[in-house]
Design a binder for this molecule. Structure first.
Ligand code: NAD
Length: 430
């Protein structure tokens, strides 16, 4: 594979220093392309999104005025299947962010080997400032404006930051009205009553557990009864913790949310903490534990650390103090490039986001399959299939990591870019 003698991992770390996400995504691609000695045409093709759309979205507000929002949808690559990726509603959404995220989705779907390309979309807005009616009209308008360029074999959106199953139901309904036929497979992350999949809510956290479980097995690390710390006890963090307790009899010693963290060296009652969160409380309301800061949690003596809150939590500053044997990125981008290097040199296994949290998009794929066939699967069926895909992908990334002597993030990129390039070559680049 490599006659290229540069230090790929160092170059990928340098690529990760760009502030602009699109510059970063392209620099990462350029580095891996050079390493793989990618065909120049394939590389050039992957440097550009296939299509990008900017939309003006007029919405009649509750007070009778009309406000025009800006929305984007980018389809990075469809060589391996239709574009797949979420819709994000946030005041800071930019076109560059959306196209970077669409490229990263291309790699994520390729790492786990599901037949999709990458896409992403967003609207510049703060949904908390919008009434439910305004959110509905905005989402419906978004679906209608996007309808000419999406389709069940073209591009299938999903929820992302600040978008909900309810919004996906509106999206599906507006699209269905526009094309004149009910089309559940146009979007995933829907409520179960309108064609959502069993197991979607748990999928990302469950997937984290399968990735950890498989990587530990390949690395020869026994995780039965492992001590676990989870930063960010939201959807991903809660289900990852529950799954590690269920499958590996783990002891969860610390969890946190935006208000702070809790720690008990003898273990927390995970279900009791989940109940607090479900009822709108914070993990800090849990009585049988000491408080700990979010930064302190990361440095605890534990076997498995699951950062599942925000970006840039494990940095060049604190990576030297991490004591876990395995770090599994439940969140997107919680580890900086400088920290990647330090963890690698200290022999800490870091399972990268594009592998560790790919359980969500994998069950989205199952939802799409079910929507197209109109045949719905049981939770057991979903779980079994998810386990198979996550374990297989984890074994593949581990094998590249060993063969190429690079960290698992670099290995995942090598695997993903090579897979997409092969698909482009097979279908013809130009
Ligand atoms: P969520 O909103 O359900 O949970 C996030 C949690 O992090 C909340 O408990 C919040 O209080 C906590 N938090 C916020 N700021 C924090 C801080 N400074 N320190 C510690 N905790 C903090 O979100 P989620 O769906 O669990 O997503 C979490 C991460 O996982 C995001 O990076 C997201 O992009 C990524 N992700 C989610 C999915 C999915 O299917 N939900 C899939 C792939 C990736």
């Amino acid at each position: 594979m490599s006659q290229y003698n540069g230090d790929l991992q160092t170059k990928l770390e340098e690529a990760g220093q760009y502030d602009n996400p699109w510059d970063m995504a392209r620099a990462q691609l350029d580095t891996v392309a050079e390493y793989l000695q990618l065909d120049a045409g394939v590389h050039a093709r992957l440097r550009q999104p296939w299509r990008g759309l900017e939309m003006s979205l007029p919405v009649c507000m509750d007070d009778g005025t009309v406000r025009v929002f800006t929305g984007f949808r980018v389809q990075h690559c469809v060589a391996r299947g239709p574009a797949k990726g979420g819709l994000r509603y946030h005041p800071d959404v930019t076109y560059d962010e959306v196209r970077a995220l669409s490229m990263w989705m291309t790699w994520k779907t390729a790492v786990v080997g599901i037949p999709y390309g990458g896409g992403k979309g967003g609207i510049i807005c703060n949904p908390r400032e919008l009434s439910v009616g305004e959110q509905e009209r905005l989402t419906r308008r978004f679906a209608t404006e996007m309808a000419p360029v999406i389709g069940t074999e073209i591009d299938i959106p999903a929820p992302d930051v600040n978008t909900t199953p309810q919004m996906m139901a509106w999206f599906m309904d507006a699209y269905s009205q526009t094309v004149g036929q009910r089309t559940p497979a146009i979007v995933t992350g829907k409520p179960i009553v309108v064609g959502g999949s069993a197991g979607r809510v748990e999928a990302t956290g469950e997937g984290v557990m399968y990735a950890v479980s498989q990587v530990a097995e390949d690395a020869g690390i026994d995780i039965e009864g492992a001590r676990v710390a989870v930063q960010g006890f939201g959807n991903v963090g809660q289900y990852a913790a529950r799954a590690l307790v269920r499958e590996h009899n783990a002891t969860v010693i610390a969890v946190s949310d935006s208000r702070g963290g809790i720690y008990n060296r003898d273990g927390l009652d995970v279900e009791a903490v989940c109940d607090l969160k479900e009822n709108g409380g914070s993990v800090c309301d849990y009585k049988d534990a000491e408080s700990i800061s979010n930064e302190g949690l990361l440095e605890l003596e534990c076997d498995i650390l699951v950062p599942s809150a925000l970006e840039n939590q494990i940095t060049g500053e604190n990576a030297g103090n991490i004591k876990a044997k395995i770090v599994a990125e439940g969140a997107n981008g919680p580890t900086t490039p400088a920290a990647d290097r330090i963890l690698f040199e200290r022999g800490i296994i870091m399972i990268p986001d594009i592998l560790a949290n790919a359980g969500g998009v994998t069950v989205s794929y199952f939802e799409w399959l079910q929507g197209r066939s109109q045949e719905y699967w049981t939770l057991e069926e979903v779980t079994q299939r998810l386990a198979k895909i996550m374990r297989h992908a984890s074994r593949e990334v581990w094998a590249v990591h060993k063969r190429e002597k690079v960290d698992m993030r670099t290995a995942a990129y090598i695997l993903a870019v090579a897979r997409v390039a092969d698909a482009l070559k097979a279908t013809g680049v130009a």
